[in-house]
Design a protein around this ligand. Structure first.
Ligand SMILES: *Cc1c(COP(=O)(O)O)cnc(C)c1O
Length: 377
């Protein structure tokens, strides 16, 4: 069996171990420490705005804390992009709040501003103003943030920006991760850079980030003994993981170039095949191309589906994956309200994520292309 080609695997830069050795040498083998402080500084510098960041144990923890800081209570409603990974929506349920799912539009595959506004109006008419809006930059493609932020401002609803897949993506130079009242990043093992597991909460408001740090370290009030006025969480990043993150930040720009180069190769290979479409960047949009994705329309390919391709790749030990199944189709969220027109369902039906790692070799690409040739010729 040929070695496995993964959808997206960790790609170390080489200096990560230096930071970890430093942590060992100084015995900062603890949550928090100088690597965490410096990793947070690296993140805010990269985002190019006057933002603050709290490094956390996971992106999911960041969404949980952001919802708490937005004041979400049991029974409240939170609007969430339906076409996303479950971690965008699960923290809504952690708080016994109700997710209200909104469909995608076809330019970016992310939250449709039209359906967002329709959802807000209808929820208000039914007696409840949503407490927060969670748009997602799926696969690294920025959502229509100008439109979404304008609608959110009109109804005075805070935006929690799920930028877990979009570190380095931007619209006209404004980085994903700087749009929301709070924004979330992920450094899980499959993301564009990794701390093996980790995340961050980012905000312009220093007080919000200070509160996030407080809640993430067991909500310990200032006192010589342990004193608590709030329920806390153990959500901070360890100084060891942050050491990996510091090394990874040194190569982030390179990783973005590499992922975009992978996408470009797929583009060149697939653009001429009838029935396959790729996702172009709208004018001014810049995607980190975390994952390269395609749509396969069996009506135009002579009945070849995305499953035909996925199974053929799988036979050659090459991992690919259908586009994320929308949350409103997930059994666990079947009772949640949904606003849309079937766009995300169609994307799920026809869409496939192709191997996209920054560490794919020329040989790997040839193996993938051979399967594509076999399926489509
Ligand atoms: C990965 C991911 C998360 C969760 O991040 P973790 O660090 O794995 O907890 C949330 N939202 C999206 C869209 C993701 O892809």
């Amino acid at each position: 069996m040929k070695p496995k080609i993964w959808l997206s695997s960790p790609h170390m830069g080489g200096t990560e171990l230096n930071y970890i050795h430093e942590a060992f040498d100084t015995n900062w083998v603890a949550p928090l420490g100088p690597n965490v402080d410096n990793f947070e500084k690296d993140i805010t510098a990269f985002l190019k705005e006057d933002v603050h960041a709290a490094a956390l144990s996971a992106g999911t923890a960041g969404i949980h804390l952001a919802l708490i800081l937005a004041g979400v209570q049991p029974g409240d409603e939170v609007i969430c992009q339906s076409m996303t990974f479950s971690a965008s929506a699960n923290p809504i349920a952690y708080l016994s709040a109700i997710p209200v799912f909104v469909d995608s539009e076809t330019d970016t595959w992310n939250m449709s501003p039209q359906w967002l506004e329709a959802a807000i109006k209808d929820r208000i008419a039914k007696g409840k103003t949503p407490k927060a809006i969670i748009p997602v930059h799926l696969y690294g493609m920025p959502a229509k943030m100008q439109e979404i932020m304008a609608i959110a401002a009109q109804y005075d609803i805070p935006v929690i920006e799920d930028a877990a897949e979009a570190l380095g993506s931007h619209i006209d130079g404004k980085m994903c991760g700087t749009y929301g009242a709070m924004s979330i990043l992920s450094f899980n093992g499959n993301k564009i850079i990794t701390t093996s597991g980790g995340g961050a909460l980012v905000a312009h408001d220093a007080a919000i980030v200070a509160k996030a740090r407080f809640l993430a370290t067991q909500a310990r009030d200032a006192a010589p003994h342990y004193e608590h006025t709030h329920i806390g969480y153990n959500y901070r990043m360890s100084n060891i993981c942050a050491g990996i993150g510091r090394g990874q930040m040194e190569v982030l720009a390179k990783r973005i170039d590499q992922r975009r180069a992978v996408y470009q190769q797929y583009y060149n290979k697939l653009k001429g095949i009838k029935g396959i479409t790729l996702l172009d960047e709208p004018a001014g949009y810049f995607s980190n191309r975390w994952l390269s994705t395609i749509l396969v329309n069996p009506a135009e390919t002579g009945a070849i589906t995305r499953e035909t391709l996925r199974l053929a790749l799988d036979e050659e030990n090459i991992e690919s994956r259908p586009l994320w199944k929308p949350m409103h189709l997930q059994p666990v969220f079947k009772d949640s309200p949904f606003y849309g027109d079937g766009t995300s369902e169609k994307l799920f039906e026809n869409g496939l994520c192709l191997p996209s790692g920054s560490n794919l070799t020329a040989d790997d690409m040839q193996r993938i292309f051979r399967v594509i040739d076999k399926v489509f010729n």
